[in-house]
Design a protein around this ligand. Structure first.
Ligand code: ATP
Ligand code: MG
Length: 571
């Protein structure tokens, strides 16, 4: 293709709103343009990449035996009401009304629609297992759209749903899908890890996420230094190897702590180790609790894990912390001086906090703290639970090695859902004995558009993108020097270009009448793997300069051999 024909507009300046390098490069290289927050147009170059990724996903899904379908993006509310997700999904669900004032939503995912489809399409166990998939636009009204196409509101997802007669069959298929996902991400040239994950609002028993390890990742992944253990930090269990501290218990002492609002203020003011402090959070209680609020106590150096907390019986779903005003009106203290002593509500202590001896906490009086507090003597907990995030250096939950935390971009997610959707939507199938059963389901998502951002995060340098060749918009870029002044250069360039096109080599010819420097910079920015420079001096010697995008040095190749040379690189 001719560059002059693809309306390429690249930018030198970094777009100011883009935090992630992939977002910056996608805008700079003219792959996408922003329409509104979290909404993008894919320009010709970017769209080619999107189609490449889509083709890889489609090929591998087809290989797995999954059947491609296309469901509507707009979904009727009544199906969502039946599964309870019309309420539960929250503000990410874009709800719309049609002209008859009937409720609909723009699908953020398709469990409801596909389960309803199973009602009409699957009657007998003989049709199972079956897996339907689609590659389609989803909409999620994200609280904070950012990183360009990596967390957008409208995005392309591959979603697949499988139906089975038994858990056993689901597990076999789940393993197969795991392998299919490995193949897809490998083919996209990504370095990735599959990790155990939380099943979240979708429900179900088991799930794995596929993460591209990159600093801009929004998820934290816990890895063991010694074993294969890896899990999203949302799920990673904290195990307490540390036994009770062998220290004589002292008498508690109230101290004045003016201006102390945070744990950091407290350790600076009192000069005590942070591990000897505890912080108290106040959350809304579920109906199981005897009071409106519940206290959560964590060691001062630890952070609360909302996913774990939300699973506790005593906690309201979704998990909600009490506001400063609520704390002041109910407990009569500002959050900076909260503590478990004398607190009239259930107290959940984190495993590590429950081990503390002679620790420092807020005294439930403004600007006052207690030193040397002890469980049993000064306060009691209702239960001990794992409610914190694991940290670098913690013992790995499998007992082998310690935890190391890295940032990950979630590009895929697979779930074993069980029969909750088929039950809620009352979709049953006949077994070999003619008896009805609810099929168990799996669901399998891939962020097709997110893959592109993630691939750039992993493959770029100072000058721009370095596409993995499998998803590059073009394989070769030809840069002729002064073609508009030299007939010889012009003819040779077009001769090579046409030959390559005949061989179905995806070639881009920079036919613009611009300075060579501009052509070089653009070719590096848009990241085409192979570059040929056709210049007068080298051509006089019968040579063309070749440079690979991911190598510094270039080499001279004879004109006669250039096509063969490129062909060998691409295949
Ligand atoms: P996240 O935790 O990043 O919000 P999720 O758990 O909500 O992801 P799933 O519901 O599992 O995501 O969706 C399947 C896949 O769709 C994800 O693995 C991810 O690659 C992609 N995806 C989800 N949300 C977005 C988004 N806002 N923009 C682009 N891709 C997304
Ligand atoms: Mg999400």
């Amino acid at each position: 293709m001719l560059i002059s024909k693809i309306s390429l507009q690249t930018f030198k300046e970094l777009p100011s709103e883009a935090e992630a390098i992939s977002h910056q490069l996608m805008l700079k290289a003219g792959l996408i343009r922003k329409v509104a927050s979290g909404l993008y147009t894919w320009l010709p170059l970017g769209f080619r990449v999107l189609q490449k990724v889509e083709a890889i996903v489609r090929e591998e899904m087809d290989k797995s035996g999954a059947l491609e379908i296309l469901m509507p993006a707009i979904q009727p509310a009544d199906l969502w009401q039946k599964t309870g997700r019309w309420q539960k999904y929250g503000e990410e669900l874009l709800r719309i009304k049609d002209r008859h004032k009937r409720d609909f939503c723009f699908g953020p995912t398709h469990e409801e629609i596909v389960t309803d489809l199973a009602r009409s399409e699957i009657q007998s166990y003989r049709q199972l297992p079956i897996c339907f998939y689609q590659i389609q636009t989803k909409f999620r009204d994200e609280r904070r759209p950012r990183f360009g196409v990596m967390r957008s509101r409208e995005f392309l997802m591959k979603d697949a749903y499988s139906f089975h007669e038994s858990e056993d069959c689901l597990q076999k298929f789940y393993k197969k899908m795991h392998l299919t996902y490995n193949e897809i991400f490998n083919r996209c040239g990504l370095e990735f890890k599959s990790v155990e994950a939380d099943t979240g609002s979708i429900g179900g028993n088991l799930s794995h996420e596929f993460h591209v390890i990159a600093d801009t990742g929004e998820d934290s992944i816990a890895f063991s230094t010694e074993s294969n253990y890896s899990a999203n930090i949302e799920l990673a269990e904290s195990i307490n190897l540390q036994l009770k501290i062998n220290e004589e218990k002292k008498l508690k002492e109230k101290i004045e702590t003016p201006k102390v609002k945070t744990i950091k203020d407290l350790i600076n003011f009192c000069d005590i180790p942070i591990e000897k402090t505890a912080k108290t959070l106040i959350a809304y209680a579920s109906e199981e609790a005897s009071s409106e609020l519940v206290a959560l106590v964590l060691r001062g150096d630890h952070t609360a894990n909302e996913t774990k907390i939300e699973k506790l019986k005593l906690i309201e779903k979704p998990f909600r912390l009490a506001s400063e005003e609520k704390i002041l009106s109910t407990i009569g203290v500002n959050p900076g001086s909260l503590g478990p002593v004398g607190l009239n509500m259930p107290i959940i202590a984190d495993k590590a906090a429950a081990n503390l001896v002679n620790f420092t906490v807020g005294a439930n009086e403004d600007a006052k703290h207690f030193f040397n507090v002890n469980w049993g003597e000064d306060c009691n907990f209702t239960e001990i639970a794992d409610i914190r995030n694991v940290e670098n250096g913690d013992a790995s939950p499998d007992g082998k090695g310690s935890i190391q935390i890295k940032k990950g971009i979630e590009v895929g997610h697979i779930f074993q859902l069980g029969d909750s959707y088929s039950k809620k939507l009352n979709v049953s199938v006949l077994n070999s004995k003619g008896k009805k059963f609810y099929p168990v389901m799996g669901c399998y998502g891939i962020g097709v558009s997110r893959i592109i951002g993630a691939a750039i995060e992993q493959n770029h340098d100072q000058s721009g993108i370095i596409w993995p060749s499998s998803i590059s918009p073009f394989q070769v870029v030809i840069i002729p020097i002064q073609m508009h002044k030299s007939k010889e250069i012009h003819d040779k360039t077009y001769e090579i270009y046409e030959k390559m096109k005949k061989l179905n080599i995806e070639v881009l010819l920079d036919d613009r009448d611009v300075r060579p420097g501009v052509m070089f910079a653009d070719s590096e920015l848009i990241g085409i793997p192979h570059r040929l420079i056709i210049g007068e001096k080298s051509l006089a010697k019968g040579q063309i300069e070749y440079k690979s995008r991911n190598q510094k040095a270039s080499e001279m190749i004879s004109v006669e051999k250039i096509i063969e040379f490129i062909k060998a690189l691409i295949i």
